[in-house]
Structure formats: C-alpha cells, structure tokens
Design a binder for this molecule. Structure first.
Ligand code: UDP
Ligand code: MG
Length: 247
C-alpha cells in the first residue's frame, strides 16, 4: 500500500460469507482495467458469520484490500461513513457486497466523472423480485415529489464520487438512500447513468418491506427539511484599509 490510491472502492458487508470470495475475485479483476492505483475497503458491519474470518485471510495476498470492522451492526449508512472516512482515493466508489452491482461497471463509469462531481448508477432493469421493484418505484416517486428531485434511482449503491462531494459530510442512519440529493445540496453536480444489475450472487437480503419502507419515509421528511433549510453562501472578509491610510 505504498502508492496512494487514485480510487477507493467502499463495500459494506453484513453477513455476506457466501459472497466474499466471488466479490474479491470480481473486484480484483475488474479494477486493474482502470490502469490506476486503487484500494478496496470492505466494511464488515458487525457480521456474525464467517465474513470476518474470510476477509482476514483474504488480506494476506491482496495488498489492495483493507478491512474495517464495525463493533456491532450499525447499518449501511454507518458502514459507508466509516469507509468514506478511511478512504484515501481522489475518487470514492461504492457497491454492495452481494454482487447485485457489477464491479466491472466502475472502470466504465470513471471517465464520466469528467464534468460531474458524482455518478449515480441507475438500475434501469432491476433484478429483484416484483414486490421489491414496485416498492422501489413508489419510493423513488414519493422521494422525488417530496424532496423536489428528479432522480430515478436514489438508493442504488453503485456510485462514484469525487472526494470533495463527501468531505466533511455528516451522515445519519438511512441517509445512504439520499446521497444524490445530499451531494446536490452541497452545490455539486450529479449524473445518472444506466448500469447493469444482477440478482444477489448468494445469501439473503438484509432488509424487508417493514424495516425499509417506513424508515425511508421518515428519513425522507428529514431530507426534505434539510434541503429547504440548507445554508449555502459565498462570503469574503473585507480587507483592512492599507497601513497609514487611517493614521
Ligand atoms: N448491509 C450492511 N449493513 C446492514 C444491512 C446491509 O452493511 O445492516 C449491506 C449488505 O451486506 C449488502 C448491502 O448492504 O452489501 C445491501 O444489502 P442487501 O443486499 O440486503 O439490500 P438490497 O439489495 O435488498 O437493497
Ligand atoms: Mg442486495
């Protein structure tokens, strides 16, 4: 890890033992295509399965792999936040650990950051069950309506940020579903790009309708308020009159 990475890929993982090996194989062959130094930060979100053991042994022969271990399950936003704070790259990318996002999309999306501050991967053809797809469509509609937005797929994990988008950002639980809005609020530009989406490689989903829909709605009201009250201004200090002018 001597060379400073250009890109940091942050991946939250909670009880993903069935996916770790394949995930590392896929990112390990996808990211070198960029031709730039990279690091992969897997944030183990307090897993109780074999995820920690698998990650520890995987580090032995992968110098680009870093592992953060949350001391308990804090949720996806905390995991992202911890990863963002540890990231050293100029560009920070995120995906899920279950390979629903294709790591191969990252080198394809990277040049699109030219002229934009953030790229949001839009899962145009969702590979989730019908209930999940309907839930997501309704959620995005309500989200756009109440927060005066035009984002197709706010909660997609496949995202690329120029580092300044995240510098000093203050996240709260559930905020990972609103990142495009939070970044735009700070005065930065976001481009949405259709990306490939796949079924979970293995293992089970960590959320159900109950622990997502209601919470996401409450969070939306908070984001709506934050957006309406966000302060953004330019200020410059007035220079003192030149020495002697007032003496
Ligand atoms: N995840 C996490 N902490 C949690 C719940 C989920 O780090 O408390 C991770 C999970 O391991 C996966 C990603 O967040 O990498 C998305 O979770 P999941 O695939 O279950 O959600 P879905 O794809 O159904 O939105
Ligand atoms: Mg998933």
């Amino acid at each position: 890890m001597s060379e400073a990475p250009y890109l940091s890929l942050v991946i939250p993982a909670y009880n993903e033992q069935e996916n770790i090996e394949e995930l590392l194989r896929r990112v390990g062959s996808a990211l070198p295509v960029m031709g730039k130094p990279f690091e992969v930060i897997i944030v183990d979100d307090g897993s109780s399965d074999d995820t920690p053991a698998l990650l520890s042994s995987a580090m032995a022969d992968r110098p680009w792999l870093r592992v953060l271990r949350m001391q308990g399950n804090g949720g996806q936003s905390s995991a992202f936040d911890a990863g963002f704070k540890a990231a050293r790259g100029q560009v920070i990318a995120t995906i899920d650990a279950d390979l629903q996002n294709d790591p191969e999309e990252i080198p394809r999306l990277l040049p699109m950051l030219d002229g934009f501050d953030m790229i949001n991967g839009w899962r145009q053809s969702r590979q989730d069950n019908a209930l999940r797809r309907v839930e997501s469509r309704i959620a995005n509609r309500i989200r756009n309506w109440l927060s005066d937005e035009t984002i197709n797929d706010s909660a997609s994990s496949l995202k690329l940020y120029k580092r300044h988008c995240l510098d000093g950002i203050h996240l709260y639980r559930g905020m990972h579903r609103f990142m495009p809005t939070l970044v735009k609020m700070r005065g930065y530009t976001v481009k949405e790009v259709p990306v490939k989406h796949s079924p979970r490689f293995a293992g089970t989903a960590k959320y159900g309708l109950r622990n997502r829909a209601w919470r996401a709605f409450v969070d939306l009201l908070a984001v709506r308020w934050m957006k309406s009250r966000h302060i953004r201004y330019d200020v410059a200090e007035v220079r003192r009159p030149a020495d002697g002018a007032s003496a």
